[in-house]
Design a protein around this ligand. Structure first.
Ligand code: NAD
Length: 359
């Protein structure tokens, strides 16, 4: 018997977790696909585009009858209660942010695989939704900053005079930060970057940006590639260094995060009083507290002529490509967890052991 895979409609997001193109290119044979009515419409994929690939069904049918249920955000409590025993729900449950997730899932008889728990290894790169979405956010952050900035990004030499290139400061050189560097450089800006992981230095430099080193950063190779919390003494020295650079910057893109913790505050309110009028800060770490002391999540704050935009959901602003990329990650995962058309959840496999949060 073949697996029935159901794609849910997101409740507050234009993206869809699997696109028609993802299914068309899939090497997953013998699967029956269902799409919740209208799930892809806002990302540009109406039900007609799924014709011949997936059958449109109502939400209850998908929840109650599918063997595998896929979404970007986890279904809510009333949805979870409808899912059949033994089904597999693939979503982003974020158990590292919400300690109640595991207890909640323990009440049910379905299994749950959290895409955001897939280890950040080379082997799992093709399934890494955190990276594909962070990359979009980094790109969009720079475009948003360029739009808000009352100055040019590139150097301009015109008959009306010359303009210096904008200076962009990037805090955190993970996936979003690296994409922000690349995008800023393409727009002609001069870029400086802070990170606490030694491995970031070479990546930053290879993209043509300057890596600013603050002595004494704690870097733990055993943290799965993630940064670890720094001492208050280190952060104070880092904030002073950031302040000196911020005064000369036109744009700051904040991406510094510690997984499962509050984001480090690297820009104090006083720093904004030293910045140039019209400068723009885009804080992608806003949902975990932000890297700037005045950041408010999902809000824009203006202080001393500096605009501070707190937004950790910029990946949602590019629903078509974001859906395509999320779906590619899902398809690669499905190939990994199935064998001859059936689920094969081998807990000795590092990717499955890391992400199957409810077996
Ligand atoms: P993240 O969102 O957790 O953090 C963003 C960045 O903030 C990180 O680079 C982190 O070092 C940095 N940071 C934390 N505290 C800081 C501070 N005080 N000052 C400056 N920077 C600070 O990171 P992410 O983008 O999710 O990436 C996490 C890790 O996974 C990275 O090491 C990344 O290179 C790695 N990764 C590896 C692969 C792979 O295939 N091997 C794929 C994707 C990501």
């Amino acid at each position: 018997m073949s697996l029935t895979i159901g794609i849910l409609k997101e409740k507050d997001d234009q993206r869809v977790s699997v696109t028609p193109d993802n299914i068309k290119k899939s090497k997953l044979k013998e699967a029956t696909w269902w799409i919740e009515n209208g799930a892809g419409a806002e990302a540009g994929f109406n039900d007609a585009k799924y014709e011949g690939l997936a059958t449109a069904k109502d939400r209850n049918t998908v929840l109650k009858e599918a063997d595998i249920i896929i979404s970007i955000f986890p279904p809510d409590d009333s949805d979870l209660a409808q899912i059949k025993a033994g089904a597999l729900v693939i979503s982003q449950f974020r158990p590292y942010q919400d300690a109640t997730v595991n207890d909640k899932l323990a009440q049910y008889n379905f299994r749950a695989l959290s895409m955001d728990m897939i280890p950040r290894t080379t082997l799992a790169q093709a399934m890494d939704v955190l990276s594909s979405m962070a990359s979009i956010a980094g790109y969009k952050a720079v475009l948003m900053a360029a739009q808000k900035l009352p100055r040019y990004f590139p150097m301009m030499i015109t008959s009306a005079g010359s303009i210096r290139p904008a200076k962009v400061l990037i805090l955190g050189a993970g996936v979003a930060g690296l994409q922000a560097i690349a995008t800023s450089r393409k727009l002609g800006a001069v870029v400086e970057v802070f990170d606490v992981r030694a491995a970031a230095k070479e990546e930053v430099q290879s993209l043509g940006a300057k890596f600013v080193e603050v002595e004494g950063a704690k870097d733990d190779k055993g943290a799965g590639g993630y940064a670890v919390e720094q001492s208050e003494e280190f952060l104070q020295r880092q904030r002073a260094e950031v302040q000196a650079r911020a005064a000369k910057s036109d744009v700051i893109i904040c991406t510094a995060q510690i997984r499962g913790r509050k984001a480090p505050v690297l820009i104090e309110e006083a720093t904004l009083h030293n910045m140039k009028h019209g400068s723009v800060i885009i804080d992608l770490a806003a949902s975990t507290g932000g890297n700037c002391a005045v950041t408010e999540n999902d809000k824009t704050v203006r202080l001393n002529g500096v605009t501070v935009i707190g937004n950790s959901s910029l990946d949602r602003d590019m629903p078509e490509d974001a859906s395509q990329m999320y779906g590619n990650n899902i398809m690669n995962l499905l190939m990994h967890i199935t064998k001859e058309g059936a689920l094969d959840l081998n807990m000795e496999d590092e990717i499955i052991a890391g992400s199957l949060i409810k077996a």
